[in-house]
Design a binder for this molecule. Structure first.
Ligand code: SF4
Length: 374
């Protein structure tokens, strides 16, 4: 149960945006903030792309984007879309015809880059294809590929130029009576991206897709994204997110969820609260947490687990988690269930026992939710 009504310092007031549908997934309005990723296989390698989309979906991706650089990729998309369980966004650059083909191939959304999609006539053709095939559109502004006239006007990529690019394209869509769109304003510089997104959030009620582009590798990109996206989400800005990492798309999805979980904006799976460990630890905290993270990947029910090395912080943390384990002396520790001290547990076999307790608690939470919905 959320206790945010008595903990006002935890509340985030989300910007009110219009809601659109990306396939069967709502984006914007009061819909949960969705997590996206993008495949990095060759789109023409249909089997590998389907496998990667599904791996991302299994990790929790709500929407997956696929690059459509050539006609062969649009053809591959036609085979991929029916085989995957999440809506597909076709990533279109340079060739407006790929946008038309992707809409025909069953993409749920077309991502077009205003800086390189071509003149208004071409954009109108893409809009027509989107409308004919019930696709949404993402206007994907990127600081690295702004229109030449904006670079000349502003001298260099900057938030004002990015927002102007986005608003110009919103106008084209609206002038063509097309309203099923969302927008992003990405930059690899967190300051530029954050400033652009804040301006954009003021200037439109379209759903906003957040991202820090080309953020870097797993560690550096995670930190950069957590700072950039985290700040914007904390301000209530953002309806869907993609963490861009030079890493497996599954990692992007995991990081996306961790950012949302940290802000209490979305919950999925086990939120493990663990201490860094020190000489006081009653068991090997780091190895235990590593093992539990792997063993508990299958749990999708939102719940919490505290794994704390000793009694300094263990009992306090355990009071606030669904399942807790606190290290003690002489090779054993204490298990807490639903915030209450429950039973002693030897360090040997603790992983198995904790996994069992978490699975049991997850089943209880699910049963309670089913009952509440009846
Ligand atoms: S909870 Fe205990 S074991 Fe963990 S870091 Fe703190 S003092 Fe060390």
């Amino acid at each position: 149960m959320s206790l945010n009504h008595i903990r006002p310092w935890r509340n985030i007031y989300r910007r009110k945006s219009r809601q659109i549908m990306v396939g069967n997934v709502p984006v914007g309005g009061d819909a949960p903030i969705t997590v996206q990723t993008m495949t990095n296989t060759l789109t023409t390698d249909v089997k590998a792309t389907i496998a990667q989309v599904q791996a991302a979906a299994d990790a929790g991706a709500d929407i997956v984007r696929i690059s459509v650089p050539d006609e062969a990729s649009s053809k591959a998309l036609r085979q991929i879309v029916p085989e995957v369980s999440v809506p597909i966004v076709a990533d279109i650059h340079f060739h407006y015809k790929r946008g038309i083909e992707a809409a025909e191939a069953g993409a749920a959304c077309l991502r077009i880059n205003p800086g390189n999609i071509g003149d208004e006539k071409r954009v109108r053709e893409v809009i027509k294809a989107a409308r004919d095939h019930n696709c949404s559109i993402r206007i994907g502004v990127n600081a690295g590929s702004l229109e030449r006239h904006l670079l000349e006007k502003y001298g260099e990529p900057c938030p004002d130029a990015m927002v102007e690019s986005g608003l110009d394209h919103i106008k084209i869509l609206q002038d063509n009576d097309f309203h099923k769109f969302k927008i992003s304003c990405k930059a690899s510089d967190v300051f530029m991206a954050a400033a652009a997104y804040q301006q954009l959030a003021e200037a439109t009620d379209a759903p906003i897709h957040l991202g820090i582009t080309e953020a870097g590798g797993l560690t550096s990109g995670t930190i950069k994204s957590a700072i950039g996206l985290g700040n914007l989400l904390w301000m209530g800005i953002g309806d869907t997110i993609r963490v861009s990492l030079s890493a497996d798309p599954v990692e992007e999805v995991k990081v996306g969820y961790e950012i949302l979980k940290s802000l209490g904006l979305r919950h999925r799976g086990v939120n493990i609260i663990s201490c860094p460990s020190c000489a006081r630890q009653g068991f090997d905290v780091i190895k235990t947490v590593e093992a539990l993270e792997k063993r508990l990947e299958h749990i999708k029910t939102p719940m919490s687990l505290s794994i704390i090395g000793c009694v300094v912080n263990g009992p306090g943390e355990a009071l606030m988690t669904d399942v807790g384990f606190t290290g003690g002396g002489a090779g054993s520790g204490m298990v807490y269930l639903a915030g209450k001290q429950s039973h002693k547990l030897g360090n040997d076999g603790m992983i198995e026992h904790i996994v069992e307790q978490v699975e049991k608690r997850a089943a209880e939470i699910e049963a309670q939710e089913v009952k509440a919905a009846e």
